[in-house]
Design a protein around this ligand. Structure first.
Ligand code: ADP
Length: 632
């Protein structure tokens, strides 16, 4: 009796230990091994096995064994043999004489008795545990109870372990997925970085195809760019050498597939193009099987498409599609930037070329003008030198003739000789002006500065012109110039300056008008005098304010001018202001005109400003004068 109690205690203790271990263990194989190990300690047997139902195959698989005879990974159909039918019935059994059991299927190793219990969970039977003996054993009801107790603990433990394993697998899978996703995102980031590093269109196209392969594997891919309703291949990878990429072109409207990608601005994946009606395969290209089309969208406009092909049916997955679409967004930005840059660069090259051509044309025109100007200067030089002597002779003789009593006695002759004399005087003056211009142009004007009073110079000039002023009923007002300090300048040259300015004021002011001469001292670097000759004449259009200082420039039509040096609007050779500027600038001074405009009704008048430095100018040759374009 004491021995029985001891055995009972030992069995209970064993079960307790098993249950504690089973609670802690979460590995199916380990749990199964433990169960079988404990069973061998509880039951008299020389072999045993734990079998579990494989949900996928529907077969019972041996996952743990004890002793020789049961092999791991052997399978059994539910309901087959004694163990199979115990699994199906869900009832533990003792079969002490297996050979007389009708369900018995003789195994490879001899067996006499067995004890088998199903492994149950709340959901149902998940397997069975069996112990058997080669030598006949009389298993008792107590054995069965103990064995069932063990099995009832093993069922949930194994289920827990299976659940844990499934869960663990799921977690592993999810972790793997997350890791993959992180990797893909990292790749996408790197791609974005790489794409934003360059603006070279060819480089961007190549980078797109290269990086795309890292994200979504393909056999061949092409970048199509939209051009006037066509999709043209701008770059491709994986195409056979004999295919001329540049020739590949698709009319978007005619191709239903491409049209769909374009219209919906959404990626389109085709698992197998063989099942796609109307699939067009380019000539010379291996037949595509799985296809992915990604629109390249910039803002709301589709600028092109990425076409990915797998030559074996291997559909593009949902994940790949999402990644590729994100990538296509980056690619579209990079492409558009590169295209814009390309356009700007080409435009700037064209512009540069245009500027170069225009500069050459301008230089040629300038050279031509320069040559013409030099010819004209040469002509003026020669003509004025050649004319000077005969004009002087004419002037001298006509003057002598006018003094001759015989001529003076004849009124008609005297009048005629008088006209000749006036004509030669005017001619002399023009020849002098021509000589001045020639000197200025050839930088041969020499200045002989001396201290002089502007007041004196201007008053003398006005006195000299007083007959003309009286004839034209013009009033000259010289404002108080006494405060003006003397300046160092070439007297003859300055006399010419103000002579021309005053005769112009006379010429372009109608009878009864007024000419005002004013002056002021300007302090600065250097101290200067400013003399202003203002008239109440016809004025000058602002567009001619600079041009009138060019030699031979005259505003208005020559034909409309009357002749005469001081007549209203009398014609002149157009040299006066050119000489004025030449002389003033030789004195380091400035001259300009201010006038509201030209108007022969309201006579807005003109004001010529001459600024001359007070100090003696450095010996300086006059600047060459610009020629009026109008005269060329
Ligand atoms: P011109 O011999 O024709 O007077 P200038 O060089 O002295 O030659 O003057 C050039 C042109 O400037 C003149 O033809 C005239 O149209 C304009 N001009 C010069 N001075 C005046 C002025 N005071 N008022 C209006 N126009 C003037």
């Amino acid at each position: 009796m004491a021995r029985e109690v001891l055995d009972k205690y030992r069995e209970l203790n064993l079960l307790y230990n098993v249950s504690a271990k089973l609670e802690a263990d979460l590995d199916v194989l380990e749990v199964a091994g433990l169960v079988i190990d404990q069973a061998s300690k509880l039951i008299t047997a020389n072999r045993g096995a734990l079998i579990l139902l494989n949900q996928t195959t529907g077969l019972l698989e041996t996952i743990a064994t004890f002793g020789e005879g049961y092999d791991r990974n052997t399978t059994l159909k539910p309901g087959e043999g004694i163990v199979g039918s115990i699994f199906t019935s869900g009832q533990a059994e003792i079969v002490n004489h297996v050979s007389s059991d009708p369900r018995f299927i003789p195994p490879r190793h001899p067996v006499s008795s067995l004890i088998c219990a199903p492994l149950k969970t709340k959901e149902g039977t998940i397997g069975a545990v069996v112990m058997s003996s080669e030598v006949p054993v009389e298993y008792t009801a107590a054995d069965l109870k103990l064995f069932t107790a063990l099995a009832s603990q093993a069922g949930p433990a194994i289920e827990r372990a299976i659940l844990y394993k499934t869960l663990e697998e799921k977690v592993k899978q999810r972790t793997k997925q997350l890791h993959q996703r992180a990797l893909q995102l990292e790749t996408l980031y790197q791609v974005g970085q790489a794409l934003s590093m360059t603006l070279d269109l060819d480089e961007v196209l190549n980078l797109i195809l290269e990086h795309l392969a890292r994200i979504v594997p393909y056999d061949r891919a092409a970048i199509f760019l939209e051009h006037q309703g066509n999709l043209e291949v701008a770059a491709a990878r994986g195409f056979p050498d004999q295919v001329e990429i540049g020739q590949l072109r698709i009319a978007v409207r005619e191709d239903a597939l491409f049209n769909q990608v374009f219209q919906q601005q959404q990626p389109l994946a085709i698992a197998d193009v063989v099942e796609w009606p109307g699939w067009q395969n380019f000539e010379n290209l291996p037949l595509a099987r799985s296809w992915l089309g990604l629109p390249l969208v910039r803002l709301t406009q589709v600028i092109g498409m990425l076409s990915l092909v797998r030559v074996t049916p291997s559909p593009f997955g949902e994940d790949e599609l999402t990644l590729a679409a994100t990538f296509a967004g980056q690619a579209a930005i990079a492409l558009q930037n590169a295209r814009l840059y390309d356009k700007i660069t080409r435009f700037s090259h064209e512009l540069e070329e245009m500027v170069r051509e225009r500069t050459i044309a301008l230089q040629e025109a300038y050279d031509k003008l320069d040559r013409l100007d030099r010819t004209k200067t040469d002509f003026i030089n020669i003509a004025s030198h050649e004319l000077r002597t005969p004009v002087t002779v004419l002037k001298g003789y006509s003057q002598m003739l006018l003094k001759d009593p015989a001529i003076q006695a004849n009124d008609a002759h005297y009048e005629q000789i008088g006209q000749i004399y006036q004509g030669t005087l005017r001619l002399h003056e023009i020849v002098d002006s021509m000589l001045d211009v020639a000197k200025i142009d050839s930088r041969a004007l020499r200045l002989y500065p001396e201290p002089l009073s502007m007041t004196g110079l201007l008053e003398l000039l006005v006195a000299r012109l007083s007959p003309t002023l009286a004839e034209r009923k013009l009033k000259v007002v010289i404002e108080d110039l006494t405060a003006l300090p003397p300046l160092e300048a070439d007297q003859d040259a300055l006399r010419k300056v103000f002579y021309h300015l005053l005769t112009n004021a006379i010429k372009y002011t109608p009878d009864s008008g007024q000419i005002t001469i004013s002056g002021r001292c300007l302090t600065g670097e250097p101290d200067s005098l400013e003399i202003i000759i203002a008239d109440t004449g016809i004025g000058i259009d602002p567009q001619f304010h600079e041009l009138i200082f060019a030699k031979f420039y005259q505003t208005g039509e020559l034909a409309l001018h009357s002749t005469g040096k001081t007549k209203f609007k009398g014609a002149g050779p157009g040299l006066g202001l050119a000489i004025v500027r030449g002389i003033v600038e030789a004195h380091n001074g400035r001259v300009w005109v201010e006038s509201q405009g030209y108007d022969e009704q309201s006579y807005p008048g003109s004001q010529f400003h001459v600024v001359l430095p007070l100090t003696r100018p450095a010996a300086k040759a006059a600047v060459a004068l610009p020629t009026s374009v109008a005269m060329v």
